[in-house]
Design a binder for this molecule. Structure first.
Ligand SMILES: [Fe+2]
Length: 221
């Protein structure tokens, strides 16, 4: 059956209707797999930057946050964790790759023993195993973030800009970012380039750790 075309506003309303019951990976995956988000409805949130990929907030409440990420060719996230979140990603335009990593160990494992955060970070010896690469394109499967030990990196593929829709539950304000070449990890504050269509990056400023994370990243293919 062809996917039902919905606006991003429809997605927010449907998800809010889901809220009385727990957000499970498969419940949300089932919904997002049946719909196609109308690209025109994302235009108010499609703000690009030559400096870095942008996070553009569509909706946030206690249960979930929905955002549009805009990527120029060559842009990528650092390798990062998700602090115990569930996540779903739909590629709307262009091509992205998600590179999985597996945590093997580090020299500060005691920093994982903290309430409400996956880890305080701060290790200076980090062992991650690079895992499979998932290609993401419009019409392809919804990519997911699992609650336990998700570590990955998202990288633009090709020469075209990309746009992706990201749903996370519950909202988080920071995660762990890893620089394998420098052998360090740190808590990365997450900020938005725009909120509800209004650019706020000049007011809120870029997260310093996000800039730091761009320097020493491995080249993919
Ligand atoms: Fe991620």
């Amino acid at each position: 059956m062809p996917p039902k075309i919905v606006s991003v506003g429809d997605v927010v309303e449907t998800l809010r209707g889901f809220e009385p019951e727990p957000f499970t990976r498969d419940r949300i995956l089932g919904y997002l797999s049946e719909v196609e988000v109308d690209r025109a409805s994302l235009e108010p949130y499609a703000h690009f930057s030559a400096e870095r990929y942008t996070r553009n907030l569509v909706h946030v409440d206690e249960v979930f946050e929905l955002m549009v990420l805009c990527w120029q060719p060559g842009q990528r996230t650092p390798i990062h964790s998700h602090n115990g979140q569930l996540g779903w990603m739909v590629t709307v335009r262009g091509a992205l790759a998600v590179v999985e990593y597996k945590y093997l160990g580090c020299n500060a494992p005691e920093n994982q023993q903290v309430s409400g955060l996956d880890c305080l970070a701060g290790a200076t010896e980090i062992h991650l195993d690079r895992g499979p690469v998932h290609e993401c394109a419009p019409g392809g499967p919804v990519a997911t973030v699992d609650k336990t030990h998700t570590i990955h990196q998202v990288v633009v593929q090709g020469r075209e800009p990309a746009v992706s829709l990201h749903l996370y539950s519950r909202p988080i304000e920071s995660c762990v970012a890893y620089d394998l070449k420098a052998q360090r990890c740190w808590r990365r504050e997450l900020s938005f380039h725009s909120r509800y269509g209004q650019v706020v990056a000049e007011v809120e400023g870029p997260a310093p750790s996000r800039l730091a994370g761009r320097r020493e990243l491995p080249v993919l293919r």
